[in-house]
Design a protein around this ligand. Structure first.
Ligand code: FEO
Length: 409
């Protein structure tokens, strides 16, 4: 390991750890360039605050860096902006080594703390506006929940205009040169991180940006990847734009988007999809579209799902299951907010026909609103069955436009 202790300013040092070999983060994220678990020390005239720790396996590296800039007796506060194990892994050991330090967490982190440290420890909670003093240094807290867990908060070091942003503005991008003006091109990692971690919580991102705008920010110190000191406003503007871009979509024109996603083995599920779409398209205010899952990549799936007010998924049943692209589509909801979206499923089948029910169940767990039961047709749809599909699409579209019915959720 490099023993680098990078200085962010006169009184702030980086003491985090580097993980160059990690290639998958939180199971769902690809990390081609590795990552870092950033933590920092803030030194004031009356003590030191440690801002976050690291993943447990990287504790030795963290403590080596920490010991090179301060003594344990000097630590007055340990601030945990977010309790996910990649940042709280060395907390228990740090609290043993610095028993006089006061632990500061957000109010929402209290229950999580009990899950991470199995014994009782003393702590204080912080919400927006709370300040702590290190003598000549003041740290003010900001509640920025859901970015990326409900417990996340940020803080601002007044005297040096540093924003400790938690996971916000992070990148999974290992580069020991650390500062945005010195590392390689991490723009793809910055955007990928936003899309996979922050995107489901756009409204919370905008709220956080609003809080940050109260302060002049000279440096952004996130929990992963490069420290942003060249032009912090550039990164803030990116987040602002990405979190606001849906205002340019169909909803701008008062339309609701009704999307039929399907796959078909013998054209039967395809025929159903077409007629469901036609039924929906007769409803005023609806823009109905259909997409063959065989040719949609993940990025397009996420974009279309995000924009859709109604998500209708069709799959044949093969070996007692829906086809993989249908499951892949629904797994993209991990990156999105499903609350309020209408869902439904359909499919043609040869033997057993479980797929539409299975997709329906999955959508229930994903918190879609499910106003109608799945529709399934044995092999080639008859004229009458296609009429049912038309009515199915029309009914769901009317509900999407506000028609009142009882729903499962
Ligand atoms: Fe970097 Fe959500 O932890």
């Amino acid at each position: 390991m490099s023993h680098l202790v990078a200085k962010l300013s006169k009184s702030v040092d980086f003491i985090g750890a580097f993980d160059p070999k990690i290639r998958t983060f939180d199971i769902i994220m690809k990390t081609a360039n590795g990552s870092s678990y950033n933590s920092y020390v803030v030194r004031g005239s009356e003590g030191v605050a440690v801002m976050d720790t690291v993943k447990k396996e990287f504790s030795d590296e963290f403590f080596l860096r920490l010991e090179s800039v301060c003594k344990y007796e000097e630590i007055k506060y340990i601030v945990l902006h977010h309790l996910e194990p990649d940042h709280s892994g060395a907390l228990e050991e740090l609290m043993k080594r610095a028993p006089k330090a006061k632990l500061i967490i957000s109010g929402r982190a209290v229950m999580m703390l009990k899950g991470i440290i199995k014994s009782d420890v003393a702590f204080e909670t912080a919400n927006t506006g709370k300040k702590i003093s290190l003598g000549d240094k003041t740290i003010e807290f900001l509640s920025t929940p859901f970015l990326h867990w409900p417990d996340t908060m940020s803080s601002y070091l007044h005297e040096e205009k540093i924003l400790f942003s938690g996971d916000v503005f992070g990148s999974h991008y290992y580069d020991e040169r650390l500062f945005d003006d010195e590392v390689g091109d991490f723009s793809y990692a910055f955007k990928y991180y936003y899309e996979h971690i922050m995107r489901p919580f756009k409204q919370y991102v905008l709220q956080a940006l609003n809080l940050y705008s109260r302060f002049e920010i000279k440096t952004i110190a996130p929990l992963h990847g490069p420290i942003l000191r060249t032009n912090p406003q550039y990164y803030i503007d990116k987040y602002e734009a990405w979190s606001s871009e849906d205002k340019f979509r169909k909803s701008t024109f008062g339309k609701k988007m009704f999307s039929v996603f399907y796959m078909s083995s013998y054209d039967n599920t395809h025929k159903m999809a077409e007629v469901i779409m036609e039924g929906a398209d007769t409803v005023e205010g609806i823009v109905a579209s259909m997409y063959d899952l065989a040719s949609l990549d993940e990025k397009n799936m996420i974009d279309l799902l995000e924009e859709s007010d109604a998500v209708i998924v069709g799959s044949p049943t093969i070996n007692g299951d829906a086809v993989k692209p249908a499951w892949d589509l629904l797994s993209c909801m991990a990156y999105l907010e499903s609350q309020g979206k209408i869902g439904a499923s359909f499919g043609s089948y040869g033997w057993t026909g479980e797929a539409p029910e299975m997709l329906h169940d999955r959508m229930r767990w994903l918190k879609f609103r499910l106003p109608v039961q799945p529709i399934k047709i044995k092999l080639i749809p008859t004229e009458e069955e296609l009429n049912d599909c038309f009515a199915f699409g029309k009914e769901i579209a009317e509900i999407t436009m506000g028609k009142m019915v009882e729903m499962e959720i």
